[in-house]
Design a protein around this ligand. Sequence first.
Ligand SMILES: NC(=O)c1ccc[n+]([C@@H]2O[C@H](COP(=O)([O-])OP(=O)(O)OC[C@H]3O[C@@H](n4cnc5c(N)ncnc54)[C@H](OP(=O)(O)O)[C@@H]3O)[C@@H](O)[C@H]2O)c1
Length: 247
Amino acid sequence: MTQVPAQSGPDVRRWLVTGATRGIGHAVASLAASRGDRVCIVGRDPGIAGIAAAMDGDVIGIAADVTNPDDVRRLAGEIEARWGGLDVLVNNAGLHRGGGLERISDDDWEATLATNLSGPMRMIRALVGLMPEGSSVVNVGAVVGFRGFPGDSCYGASKAGLTGLTRVLAVELARRQIRVNMVVPGFVQTEMTATISERARDAIIARIPLQRMGTADEMADVCWWVAGSKYMTGSVVFTDGGLMCNL
Ligand SMILES: NC(=O)c1ccc[n+]([C@@H]2O[C@H](COP(=O)([O-])OP(=O)(O)OC[C@H]3O[C@@H](n4cnc5c(N)ncnc54)[C@H](OP(=O)(O)O)[C@@H]3O)[C@@H](O)[C@H]2O)c1
């Protein structure tokens, strides 16, 4: 791959993507960087600076846990010191813990909500003061936040909450001309879905009208245009091969 030279100027946006050490977040960050924007990738992996250095374009990596309020404050401080502002925040970091209601532990419940719901709220709260008019937030949801899937109470509840947060903040932040939208992946090939049994995988694919899993790059494409859309806020954009439409 060719190196994309670092750029600056009014057309270069500053992105922060959480959960970008791998999977969908990494694809979003790579796409933004490949198109000439400046990107900060965030994740807990202590090797994140090396991951950023291996990516093409103007990419930095900052290790932070979105469930840790001190980490989130430090991250916002570093963004302010380095860039002085932020144009796109992608709340993509996610945790999946499954199990029927009587099997899930309090820790499963709390960790999932902390990562998927409280994390994005803290990130937006910490960074919104750095976001100028015209900037945008993209939250990454999940189909199970809209549809009942047995064994997904923690995850489904956390993502349903994130949809509510998206809609409230779309209205609240509209007066500052900051847009807040949600991209909802269907069933995507990443580490998160890698341990699902072949039988379960086939059963899910059978319910997807397009009859296949999505790719991280396909999710990144949608995050890219949602982030840049000028008149879209409070929207939920399903990117799921038709899964939500299927009865
Ligand atoms: N894959 C799917 O089928 C699917 C479907 C619907 C929705 N989604 C959503 O899409 C998003 C990305 O999922 P994925 O499939 O790419 O998952 P993944 O491969 O498991 O990657 C998750 C990312 O989140 C980061 N992360 C997890 N907890 C974190 C924390 N507390 N603080 C900071 N970073 C954290 C991980 O990095 P570290 O380990 O370095 O922290 C990793 O980069 C998630 O929100 C997920 O819920 C995925």
